[in-house]
Design a binder for this molecule. Structure first.
Ligand SMILES: NC(=O)c1ccc[n+]([C@@H]2O[C@H](COP(=O)([O-])OP(=O)(O)OC[C@H]3O[C@@H](n4cnc5c(N)ncnc54)[C@H](OP(=O)(O)O)[C@@H]3O)[C@@H](O)[C@H]2O)c1
Length: 236
Protein backbone atom coordinates (compact mmCIF):
# COMPACT_ATOMS: atom_id res chain seq x y z
CA UNK A 1 0.00 0.00 0.00
CA UNK A 2 1.27 3.45 -0.88
CA UNK A 3 -0.55 6.37 0.70
CA UNK A 4 -1.22 9.54 -1.25
CA UNK A 5 -3.62 12.45 -1.26
CA UNK A 6 -5.46 12.50 -4.56
CA UNK A 7 -5.72 16.30 -4.41
CA UNK A 8 -1.90 16.50 -4.67
CA UNK A 9 -1.39 16.25 -8.42
CA UNK A 10 2.41 15.79 -8.28
CA UNK A 11 2.11 12.78 -5.94
CA UNK A 12 -0.49 11.21 -8.21
CA UNK A 13 1.67 11.76 -11.28
CA UNK A 14 4.74 10.24 -9.57
CA UNK A 15 2.84 7.04 -8.76
CA UNK A 16 1.40 6.72 -12.26
CA UNK A 17 4.81 7.37 -13.83
CA UNK A 18 6.45 4.79 -11.56
CA UNK A 19 3.91 1.98 -11.99
CA UNK A 20 2.59 2.69 -15.51
CA UNK A 21 -0.81 1.13 -14.72
CA UNK A 22 -2.92 -0.24 -17.54
CA UNK A 23 -6.10 0.59 -15.57
CA UNK A 24 -6.73 2.85 -12.58
CA UNK A 25 -9.72 2.22 -10.29
CA UNK A 26 -10.65 5.56 -8.74
CA UNK A 27 -12.66 5.19 -5.51
CA UNK A 28 -11.38 8.21 -3.54
CA UNK A 29 -14.24 10.32 -2.23
CA UNK A 30 -16.17 11.04 0.90
CA UNK A 31 -19.53 9.35 0.42
CA UNK A 32 -21.14 10.87 3.49
CA UNK A 33 -23.71 13.33 2.11
CA UNK A 34 -23.91 15.32 5.35
CA UNK A 35 -20.11 15.70 5.49
CA UNK A 36 -20.16 16.99 1.88
CA UNK A 37 -22.87 19.57 2.73
CA UNK A 38 -20.77 20.75 5.68
CA UNK A 39 -17.45 20.76 3.75
CA UNK A 40 -18.44 21.72 0.17
CA UNK A 41 -14.97 23.02 -0.78
CA UNK A 42 -13.24 19.82 0.36
CA UNK A 43 -15.87 17.62 -1.27
CA UNK A 44 -15.42 19.57 -4.51
CA UNK A 45 -11.61 19.35 -4.29
CA UNK A 46 -11.62 15.53 -3.86
CA UNK A 47 -14.31 14.80 -6.43
CA UNK A 48 -13.88 17.39 -9.17
CA UNK A 49 -10.39 18.92 -9.75
CA UNK A 50 -8.67 15.75 -8.44
CA UNK A 51 -10.66 13.64 -10.90
CA UNK A 52 -9.97 16.11 -13.71
CA UNK A 53 -6.22 15.89 -12.97
CA UNK A 54 -6.41 12.09 -12.88
CA UNK A 55 -8.09 12.08 -16.30
CA UNK A 56 -5.39 14.35 -17.71
CA UNK A 57 -2.73 12.00 -16.33
CA UNK A 58 -4.45 8.89 -17.72
CA UNK A 59 -4.39 10.63 -21.10
CA UNK A 60 -0.70 11.49 -20.73
CA UNK A 61 0.27 7.96 -19.65
CA UNK A 62 -2.31 5.96 -21.65
CA UNK A 63 -4.18 4.33 -18.74
CA UNK A 64 -7.84 3.32 -18.66
CA UNK A 65 -9.98 4.67 -15.82
CA UNK A 66 -12.68 2.95 -13.76
CA UNK A 67 -14.58 5.53 -11.73
CA UNK A 68 -16.77 4.57 -8.78
CA UNK A 69 -19.48 7.17 -9.07
CA UNK A 70 -22.93 6.95 -7.49
CA UNK A 71 -26.59 6.95 -8.47
CA UNK A 72 -26.57 10.27 -6.58
CA UNK A 73 -24.83 11.74 -9.66
CA UNK A 74 -28.11 11.37 -11.57
CA UNK A 75 -30.03 13.39 -9.00
CA UNK A 76 -27.80 16.42 -8.50
CA UNK A 77 -29.81 17.70 -5.52
CA UNK A 78 -26.88 17.96 -3.07
CA UNK A 79 -23.14 18.69 -2.96
CA UNK A 80 -22.21 15.00 -3.09
CA UNK A 81 -24.39 14.29 -6.15
CA UNK A 82 -23.39 17.47 -7.97
CA UNK A 83 -19.66 16.87 -7.49
CA UNK A 84 -19.94 13.19 -8.51
CA UNK A 85 -21.81 14.31 -11.67
CA UNK A 86 -19.06 16.86 -12.43
CA UNK A 87 -16.43 14.13 -11.95
CA UNK A 88 -18.31 11.84 -14.36
CA UNK A 89 -18.13 14.59 -16.98
CA UNK A 90 -14.29 14.54 -16.84
CA UNK A 91 -14.01 10.74 -16.63
CA UNK A 92 -15.75 10.47 -20.01
CA UNK A 93 -12.79 12.32 -21.54
CA UNK A 94 -10.42 9.39 -20.79
CA UNK A 95 -9.06 8.40 -24.19
CA UNK A 96 -7.78 4.86 -23.47
CA UNK A 97 -11.21 3.83 -22.07
CA UNK A 98 -13.42 4.69 -19.12
CA UNK A 99 -16.02 3.02 -16.98
CA UNK A 100 -18.44 4.87 -14.77
CA UNK A 101 -19.99 2.56 -12.20
CA UNK A 102 -22.98 3.90 -10.31
CA UNK A 103 -23.76 2.01 -7.10
CA UNK A 104 -26.62 2.90 -4.81
CA UNK A 105 -26.17 2.57 -1.04
CA UNK A 106 -23.37 -0.01 -0.72
CA UNK A 107 -23.56 -2.93 1.69
CA UNK A 108 -21.18 -5.82 2.18
CA UNK A 109 -17.93 -6.70 3.80
CA UNK A 110 -14.74 -4.80 3.04
CA UNK A 111 -11.37 -5.02 4.82
CA UNK A 112 -12.06 -1.66 6.49
CA UNK A 113 -14.62 -2.62 9.13
CA UNK A 114 -14.32 0.51 11.26
CA UNK A 115 -14.83 3.66 9.16
CA UNK A 116 -18.24 5.31 9.16
CA UNK A 117 -20.01 3.59 6.28
CA UNK A 118 -23.61 2.27 6.41
CA UNK A 119 -22.42 -1.36 6.39
CA UNK A 120 -19.98 -0.80 9.25
CA UNK A 121 -22.84 0.67 11.31
CA UNK A 122 -24.65 -2.66 10.84
CA UNK A 123 -21.53 -4.52 11.96
CA UNK A 124 -21.37 -2.32 15.06
CA UNK A 125 -24.98 -3.25 15.89
CA UNK A 126 -23.66 -6.81 16.25
CA UNK A 127 -20.16 -6.30 17.65
CA UNK A 128 -20.71 -3.22 19.87
CA UNK A 129 -24.44 -3.72 20.54
CA UNK A 130 -25.16 -0.16 19.32
CA UNK A 131 -28.90 0.63 18.96
CA UNK A 132 -30.24 -0.54 15.61
CA UNK A 133 -32.73 2.17 14.69
CA UNK A 134 -33.21 2.65 10.97
CA UNK A 135 -35.25 4.86 8.67
CA UNK A 136 -38.43 3.68 6.98
CA UNK A 137 -38.98 6.65 4.62
CA UNK A 138 -36.35 6.46 1.83
CA UNK A 139 -36.78 3.64 -0.65
CA UNK A 140 -33.87 2.41 -2.75
CA UNK A 141 -32.35 -0.59 -4.47
CA UNK A 142 -29.15 -1.43 -2.58
CA UNK A 143 -25.80 -2.46 -4.08
CA UNK A 144 -23.77 -5.43 -2.86
CA UNK A 145 -20.09 -4.55 -2.65
CA UNK A 146 -19.10 -8.01 -3.90
CA UNK A 147 -21.29 -7.42 -6.97
CA UNK A 148 -19.52 -4.12 -7.67
CA UNK A 149 -16.12 -5.85 -7.38
CA UNK A 150 -17.20 -8.64 -9.75
CA UNK A 151 -18.36 -6.08 -12.32
CA UNK A 152 -14.99 -4.28 -12.10
CA UNK A 153 -13.06 -7.54 -12.53
CA UNK A 154 -15.20 -8.74 -15.42
CA UNK A 155 -15.10 -5.42 -17.28
CA UNK A 156 -11.31 -5.21 -16.97
CA UNK A 157 -10.68 -8.83 -17.97
CA UNK A 158 -13.15 -8.73 -20.89
CA UNK A 159 -12.13 -5.19 -21.89
CA UNK A 160 -15.64 -3.76 -21.52
CA UNK A 161 -15.10 0.01 -21.46
CA UNK A 162 -16.79 3.31 -22.31
CA UNK A 163 -20.01 2.54 -20.48
CA UNK A 164 -21.96 4.05 -17.62
CA UNK A 165 -23.29 1.18 -15.53
CA UNK A 166 -25.77 1.44 -12.64
CA UNK A 167 -25.25 -1.50 -10.24
CA UNK A 168 -28.08 -2.45 -7.89
CA UNK A 169 -30.32 -5.39 -7.04
CA UNK A 170 -33.85 -5.20 -8.50
CA UNK A 171 -35.84 -5.10 -5.24
CA UNK A 172 -36.62 -1.93 -3.31
CA UNK A 173 -35.94 -1.69 0.41
CA UNK A 174 -35.56 0.90 3.16
CA UNK A 175 -32.63 1.27 5.55
CA UNK A 176 -34.93 -0.35 8.13
CA UNK A 177 -35.96 -3.39 6.08
CA UNK A 178 -32.39 -3.91 4.84
CA UNK A 179 -31.00 -3.78 8.40
CA UNK A 180 -33.75 -6.12 9.62
CA UNK A 181 -33.05 -8.63 6.84
CA UNK A 182 -29.26 -8.58 7.36
CA UNK A 183 -29.31 -8.53 11.16
CA UNK A 184 -32.10 -11.10 11.66
CA UNK A 185 -29.60 -14.00 11.81
CA UNK A 186 -27.50 -12.29 14.48
CA UNK A 187 -30.09 -11.77 17.21
CA UNK A 188 -30.24 -7.98 16.81
CA UNK A 189 -33.60 -6.25 17.29
CA UNK A 190 -34.10 -3.54 14.66
CA UNK A 191 -36.38 -0.61 15.43
CA UNK A 192 -38.14 1.54 12.85
CA UNK A 193 -38.00 5.33 12.66
CA UNK A 194 -39.49 7.65 10.05
CA UNK A 195 -36.65 10.11 9.41
CA UNK A 196 -38.64 11.81 6.60
CA UNK A 197 -35.71 11.35 4.19
CA UNK A 198 -36.74 13.11 0.96
CA UNK A 199 -33.95 11.62 -1.19
CA UNK A 200 -35.68 10.87 -4.50
CA UNK A 201 -36.35 7.29 -5.57
CA UNK A 202 -34.26 6.24 -8.57
CA UNK A 203 -35.31 2.98 -10.17
CA UNK A 204 -32.57 1.01 -11.92
CA UNK A 205 -33.79 -1.63 -14.38
CA UNK A 206 -30.48 -3.57 -14.50
CA UNK A 207 -30.78 -3.23 -18.31
CA UNK A 208 -27.13 -2.20 -18.72
CA UNK A 209 -25.85 -5.14 -16.65
CA UNK A 210 -28.00 -7.53 -18.73
CA UNK A 211 -27.03 -5.93 -22.04
CA UNK A 212 -23.31 -6.21 -21.26
CA UNK A 213 -23.57 -9.80 -19.96
CA UNK A 214 -22.46 -8.73 -16.48
CA UNK A 215 -23.52 -10.47 -13.24
CA UNK A 216 -26.94 -9.72 -11.73
CA UNK A 217 -28.01 -10.62 -8.18
CA UNK A 218 -31.39 -10.75 -6.50
CA UNK A 219 -32.01 -9.05 -3.16
CA UNK A 220 -32.18 -12.44 -1.39
CA UNK A 221 -28.89 -13.63 -2.93
CA UNK A 222 -27.30 -10.41 -1.68
CA UNK A 223 -28.73 -10.83 1.86
CA UNK A 224 -27.58 -14.49 2.01
CA UNK A 225 -24.11 -13.52 0.76
CA UNK A 226 -23.77 -10.68 3.25
CA UNK A 227 -24.89 -12.85 6.16
CA UNK A 228 -22.21 -15.35 5.13
CA UNK A 229 -19.61 -12.56 4.95
CA UNK A 230 -20.56 -11.38 8.46
CA UNK A 231 -20.50 -14.93 9.87
CA UNK A 232 -17.01 -15.48 8.43
CA UNK A 233 -15.88 -12.16 9.93
CA UNK A 234 -17.28 -13.02 13.38
CA UNK A 235 -15.53 -16.43 13.30
CA UNK A 236 -12.09 -14.80 12.80
N1 LIG B 1 -20.87 3.91 0.70
C1 LIG B 1 -21.85 3.99 -0.20
O1 LIG B 1 -23.01 3.66 0.11
C2 LIG B 1 -21.56 4.48 -1.61
C3 LIG B 1 -22.63 4.55 -2.51
C4 LIG B 1 -22.39 4.95 -3.82
C5 LIG B 1 -21.11 5.27 -4.21
N2 LIG B 1 -20.08 5.23 -3.32
C6 LIG B 1 -18.74 5.58 -3.80
O2 LIG B 1 -17.87 4.51 -3.51
C7 LIG B 1 -16.55 4.99 -3.32
C8 LIG B 1 -16.00 4.42 -2.02
O3 LIG B 1 -16.74 4.98 -0.93
P1 LIG B 1 -17.02 4.24 0.45
O4 LIG B 1 -18.38 4.59 0.84
O5 LIG B 1 -16.59 2.83 0.34
O6 LIG B 1 -16.14 5.08 1.44
P2 LIG B 1 -14.70 4.84 2.04
O7 LIG B 1 -14.57 3.49 2.63
O8 LIG B 1 -14.48 6.02 2.93
O9 LIG B 1 -13.75 4.92 0.78
C9 LIG B 1 -13.33 6.13 0.25
C10 LIG B 1 -11.83 6.09 0.12
O10 LIG B 1 -11.39 7.35 -0.43
C11 LIG B 1 -10.21 7.68 0.25
N3 LIG B 1 -9.97 9.12 0.18
C12 LIG B 1 -10.74 10.13 0.65
N4 LIG B 1 -10.16 11.31 0.40
C13 LIG B 1 -8.99 11.05 -0.23
C14 LIG B 1 -7.93 11.84 -0.75
N5 LIG B 1 -7.97 13.17 -0.66
N6 LIG B 1 -6.88 11.23 -1.33
C15 LIG B 1 -6.83 9.88 -1.41
N7 LIG B 1 -7.81 9.07 -0.96
C16 LIG B 1 -8.86 9.65 -0.37
C17 LIG B 1 -10.42 7.24 1.68
O11 LIG B 1 -9.16 7.10 2.30
P3 LIG B 1 -9.05 6.98 3.91
O12 LIG B 1 -9.60 5.64 4.26
O13 LIG B 1 -7.59 7.12 4.14
O14 LIG B 1 -9.86 8.10 4.44
C18 LIG B 1 -11.13 5.89 1.47
O15 LIG B 1 -10.18 4.85 1.36
C19 LIG B 1 -16.64 6.51 -3.32
O16 LIG B 1 -16.24 7.00 -4.58
C20 LIG B 1 -18.13 6.78 -3.11
O17 LIG B 1 -18.53 8.00 -3.67
C21 LIG B 1 -20.27 4.83 -2.02
Amino acid sequence: MIQLDITHAEEVEQIIKLHAPDTIVHVASNSNGNWCEQHPELAHAINVPATQTLVELTNTYGAKLVYISSLAATQGNNVYGKTKAAAEHYVQQTKAGFLILRPSLLVGFSPNTTNDRPFNRLLKNITHHTPAVYDTSWQFQPTWLRHLCEVIEQCISQIVFNHIIPITVPQLCTRYSLAKDILSDFGVTVLAEDKKDTTPLFVDTQDTLHALGLPVYSYQQMIDGIQEEISNFLRQ
